[in-house]
Design a protein around this ligand. Structure first.
Ligand code: RB5
Length: 147
């Protein structure tokens, strides 16, 4: 299950993302927002992020205007590793090296086609483990130290 979150800046693109996910056979849970009315992105990042930490969802796709606000908010949730990606290589590395569980996208800085391509790479790439597992483990220790 994929957790979806967006603000008004990401609302239009999120419609296209859901159509892509439907077509590709991915299941998702949409935590909003559900219109282009102005809202505050941290609320939606927290709702969707918590569903990942609790194990209800495995990964997330969070979209705002730039992707920056969503990624900053998501990375404040212990257990979330959110990656703001601009191209397929970043999405590949985010999964291979960082075991990112949230992909953040900027609807105002990416074409829809580029965004969907990044999503495809993110959802179909795995974690390489090995030395990267040690580093990701250190990130988990940082989460614990912050509590
Ligand atoms: C909303 O105008 C915009 O600030 C938001 O979508 C996002 O880009 C924040 O990082």
């Amino acid at each position: 299950m994929i957790a979806l979150a967006c603000d008004h800046g990401g609302f239009e693109l999120m419609g296209k993302v859901k159509a892509y996910l439907d077509n590709a056979g991915f299941k998702y849970k949409d935590f909003g927002t559900f219109s282009s009315e102005s809202v505050d992105y941290p609320e939606y990042a927290v709702l969707a992020g918590q569903s990942i930490v609790l194990g209800d969802c495995a990964r997330g796709i969070f979209i705002c205007g730039t992707g920056i606000g969503m990624s900053v908010a998501a990375n404040k949730i212990p257990g979330i590793r959110a990656a703001l990606c601009f191209d397929n290589f970043m999405a590949q590395m985010a999964r291979n090296h960082n075991d990112a569980n949230v992909l953040c996208l900027g609807a105002r800085v990416l074409s829809a086609n580029t965004a969907l391509g990044i999503i495809e790479v993110f959802l179909n790439s795995g974690f390489d483990g090995d030395r990267h597992a040690r580093r990701v483990g250190m990130l988990t220790e940082l989460d614990a130290a912050r509590c």
